[in-house]
Design a protein around this ligand. Structure first.
Ligand code: HPA
Ligand code: ZN
Length: 337
């Protein structure tokens, strides 16, 4: 089998995926018509042409604007179902999905509408396309800690549908320490914790996420290499990094894929996973992210199998489910000879 087919078919877990960031321009226009919400673009091609970014903030401005078309429970259901169908065709067998309730509650869409639509699609997806899933509720870090605490309270009645809390949006100037009390409360509610850190922000934000927020994974984390002591900690504790190569290039964290630090992260013994972040905005889903790094760095099936294994090891699945997926990956690799 070619490395390209192996990339597509090998079982993978996607651990860094913003469900609102999977909104394809076609669905954006369909929902804009359905909900009579106007868009600042004449057509689908104009939307795609707008996807040129200078940094994280220039992307976030466009991403939040696109979210305005998401209004009803059915919209969130359709959005999530479309992602699951596409991901299933790329070998994704498990997905741990972020959602941003504040992006919607701030516009008058209720927490219940958002979470019910996404949850129902995840439940249906388990049966229809065979993808197991977890839901991660993110706080928007450019908003206040009080607003995050209110969001956590709104999540109370739905906590059995939510596995973890996360932290996203504008990183610079919004350190993890701002959310220490919110995360403490979330952990007391039985939720696990992750956080975006070290995408644009400094290594100190990764330390804070570990020590003050009690995170189990770091989302992005690519700037960890600027701090040797931090790398040693991440390696010895095998704290997963959910790396998003195409996102990093589109948001100019690295000038090109060739200059991405993925090979260095792997050389340092870090538990790296490959993910897509906001696929239509950044030019690809998980398969395209794998293909990008395979082609750029000349990876073989053994390297791809290792990255696929890492994705399950780093997941919130229980040990028996992890073992099942790892055995399938090992069998696929053995079949390669
Ligand atoms: N970084 C921070 N916030 C985000 C991202 C991201 O890549 N995508 C959606 N919200
Ligand atoms: Zn992200």
């Amino acid at each position: 089998m070619s490395v390209e087919s192996f990339v597509r078919d090998v079982p993978k877990a996607e651990l860094h995926l913003h469900i609102e960031g999977t909104l394809e321009p076609e669905l954006m226009f369909e929902l804009s018509g359905r909900n009579e919400v106007s868009l600042p673009y004449p057509d689908v091609d104009a939307v795609r042409r707008a996807y040129v970014f200078d940094n994280l903030q220039s992307f976030l401005d466009i991403y939040y604007a696109g979210c305005a078309v998401l209004v009803t429970e059915q919209d969130f259901y359709d959005l999530t179902s479309a992602y699951l169908r596409l991901a299933a065709g790329q070998g994704v067998r498990h997905a741990e999905i972020f959602f941003d309730p504040q992006t919607h509650t701030e516009r008058g869409v209720s927490f219940e509408t958002v979470v019910t639509g996404i949850h129902r699609a995840l439940e249906d997806g388990r049966a229809s396309v065979g993808i197991s899933s977890r839901l991660i509720m993110c706080f928007l870090r450019h908003l206040s800690a009080e607003a995050a605490m209110e969001t956590l309270e709104q999540a109370g009645p739905f906590v059995s549908w939510i596995s973890a809390v996360g932290l996203d949006s504008s990183e610079s100037g919004n350190p993890p320490s701002k959310f220490e009390a919110v995360y403490r409360q979330a952990r007391e509610m039985g939720l696990l914790a992750v956080a975006h850190a070290g995408e644009e922000g400094p290594p100190s934000y990764i330390w804070e996420a570990l020590d003050l927020l009690g995170v189990r994974r770091i989302d992005h984390g690519v700037r960890c290499l600027e701090d040797d002591r931090l790398v040693a900690r991440l390696a010895s504790e095998q704290v997963p990094l959910t790396v998003c190569p195409l996102s990093n290039v589109k948001l100019r964290v690295f000038p090109s894929l060739r200059e991405h630090n993925l090979p260095l992260l792997l050389d340092r013994g870090l538990l790296v996973t490959i993910n897509s972040d906001d696929p239509p905005y950044f030019g690809g889903y998980v398969e395209e992210n794998f293909r990008g790094v395979v082609e750029t760095f000349g990876l073989g099936v053994g390297d791809v199998a290792q990255l696929a294994r890492n994705s399950f090891v780093a997941s919130f699945l229980d040990d028996s489910a992890k073992a099942r997926h790892l055995a399938t990956i090992d069998a696929a690799l053995a079949a390669e000879g």
